[in-house]
Structures are given as structure tokens and as C-alpha cells.
Design a protein. Sequence first.
Length: 204
Amino acid sequence: MRARSGRGPHPQPVPRGRRQFAVDGLTESESFLPIVWRLPRRAKMAVFRVLVDEFGCGNLDQAHFNIYRELAGELGLPQDERDYLHSTNPETFDYVNMFFWAATRAPRPEYFLGCLCYLESSILYAFKCFADGATRLGLQGARYYTEHLHIDTFHAKELHNAIREFDAEADLQPAKVWTGFMLASQILGAATEAAVASAQRTAP
């Protein structure tokens, strides 16, 4: 199957189970940006160091959303998030929308710190099987997963630093950090379970 370039007809339908989380991967970290202005300055710097990595230090080839785009193309999947809007599980949209809410609309920035701290910490475990599988298949796009396994140890530490710096500079409310952490755990868990169920339904 050819990858879609963004123009022309879709070559053929892609099974629903193979399409989950693409909406997130193709826009990865863009929803985080509004949090920067909401944080005190030292906490802002810690989060900004994470964002610098997410966006490839200004190099498009290294930006995580672009690495995911290359992986999608290698798998014969569309490379435009709009192609996934009608085939993505509601639970996946809950996960994507959680970060838009936490970065932009949550009443306190601590919710975002908790959400992202959970994500950066859990990826170190969740992506290992994907990295192993993609490597066994000989996919060049395996670097999407191996890059996360490499850099997210640093990101998790920076989120811990951001929380400590927030506490030193401002009136950190730890209960809201924990609420964000647990919110991410529950929503990401539900999205993962729904994605697995979709894959099982479409398996040959």
C-alpha cells in the first residue's frame, strides 16, 4: 500500500486497529506550547527543555511529529491527521484533548505538570515492546520509539525538576499535580485498551 501524500484519493481503507494514536503522533507536543507562559520562570525553563527535544531542537527531521510521519508513511498509513478523524476511537480523542485542556484551560498549571510527568515516565515502559517489534520488522521508523526510550529518561527528570522549581517559586498545590498524574493514567489506560480492542476486532 502506498503512503498518502495528502493529495489525491486514498489508495484503500486502512484497518481501524492500525490507525489509533496517529492523531496524537502527527501533532505530537503541539498542544503543550500554551503551558509555557503559565509557569513561573524556573519551572518554565525545565518544561521548555523538554519542548526543545520534542521539536527536534529546531530541526524538522528530528521533530517527534515528523519522525512519526515517516513511520506512518513506511507502514502505508496516511500522513495527515485529518485522514484519521473519522476512524479514531473516542478514548484516543480523550487523551489528545486532555493535554489541550491541561495546557490551556485547566484552572492551575499543576494539572499539566502531573499529566506530562505521568506520560514521560510511562513511555519508558510502554514503548519498549513497540521499539522491539519495529526493530524486528526492520522498520526505519523504529527510531520513533527508540528516540523516546533514549530521551524520555531526561524528560521525566525535567518534569520532576519543573515541579520542584514551581514549589520553590510559587504556591505549588501538590494535590493538583497528583490529580493530573492520575487523570493521565486513567485516560491513557482507557485509550490503550480501546486501541488494543480495535486491533483485535480487525485482525485477520
